[in-house]
Ligand binder design. Structure first.
Ligand SMILES: Nc1ncnc2c1ncn2[C@@H]1O[C@H](COP(=O)(O)OP(=O)(O)OP(=O)(O)O)[C@@H](O)[C@H]1O
Length: 304
């Protein structure tokens, strides 16, 4: 791993049309090293297409997708720069786990000894000589991850890596990804369910219908999922004064003249303060939304 900018993924005004279908729509996103970033969206949102463009497998209609300032084709040592596991990897069923890695090692340009190292990293040492055909989905995920780690790349692109893992496997994956990010790597993990990666990611990039709908640290999104109260008053100035007097300005989102959403407050408290101030209210609605609920709201409820 070299300069800190080596691992920056920059997607700029990326668009991809498949005939009539716009799979990616003017997407601009920066993914930083040292963090695990969740790339989220419902089925068909354009995640895989974006990852495939990053890997030079699909040519964009417009815009660019670069890693450390270079397109995949421009990378001097692509397999030492990016490790990617897209979709359920297919393995030769008759081959052992170690032998599978040995096929890839020369392509990546790493010594044979590296194969055992990565098997160890993913906890498959005991299964080194077992035929991959008998592997569970979780074991295949581990082997796919081992393959991406062969070249010790500063950037990892993982498509639904938690798929098929049991809770213990998910906890293990979480710890490994955190460790790899702490080493300064850029880790982009796609998923169609936020809850699956909620414990793992630092940042989220959420897309729907090919376009960006939200990007922020996860904590910022989680704050929006806190209990809140929707308040509507026919007296916009009075509502503003109430919010200011209560010290809620930093937790209040104005949703229109005379309407606002106040976070981390109980409806009863808003009601009591409005009553004391003689402010007429037309609506006072408590709102409890889970992080997953918020995610579904953002992506507009389901696939295209
Ligand atoms: N090669 C292709 N030819 C035509 N349409 C395609 C092609 N690849 C993807 N699409 C379409 O582009 C859109 C985005 O698909 P994509 O696979 O990128 O979404 P996704 O977010 O990865 O979804 P999933 O989670 O289901 O993999 C979909 O409408 C899909 O049908």
């Amino acid at each position: 791993m070299n300069a800190p900018t080596d691992g920056v993924i920059a997607i700029e005004h990326l668009t991809k049309d498949f005939g009539e279908v716009r799979a990616v729509d003017d997407l601009t996103v920066t993914v930083r090293p040292g963090r695990v970033t969740g790339f989220l969206g419902p089925n068909g949102a354009g995640k895989t297409t974006t990852l495939r463009i990053l890997l030079g497998l699909v040519r964009p209609t417009a815009g660019t997708a670069t890693i450390g300032g270079r397109t995949y084709a421009e990378l001097a040592r692509p397999m030492r720069t990016v490790g990617a596991a897209l979709e359920a990897a297919s393995f030769h069923p008759g081959r052992g786990a170690l032998d599978h890695l040995r096929v890839y090692a020369p392509q990546v340009g790493v010594p044979d000894a590296r194969c055992r190292e990565v098997l160890d990293l993913v906890g498959l040492t005991a299964a080194a000589d077992r035929r991959v055909g008998g592997f569970s989905l979780g074991m295949r995920q581990r082997l796919a991850l081992a393959t991406t780690l062969l070249g010790d790349p500063p950037v990892l692109l993982l498509d639904e890596p938690a798929n098929g893992l049991d809770p213990e496997g998910i906890a293990w994956l979480r710890a490994l990804l955190r460790h790899l990010a702490a080493e300064g790597r850029t880790i982009l993990v796609s998923s169609h369910v936020l809850s699956e990666v909620e414990q793992t990611v630092d940042d989220v990039v959420i897309i729907a219908r090919g376009a960006l709908v939200h990007t922020s640290p996860l904590a910022e999104l989680a704050a929006r999922a806190e209990p809140s109260v929707r308040v509507v008053s026919p007296d916009p100035a009075g509502l503003d004064a109430l919010v200011a007097a209560a010290g809620w300005a930093d937790r209040t989102e104005r949703t229109g003249p005379g309407s606002a959403v106040v976070r981390r407050v109980a409806a009863a408290e808003v009601g009591a303060r409005a009553f004391a101030a003689g402010l007429e209210l037309h609506e006072l609605t408590p709102r409890e939304v889970s992080l997953e609920g918020l995610f579904l709201e953002l992506v507009g409820g389901g696939p295209r």
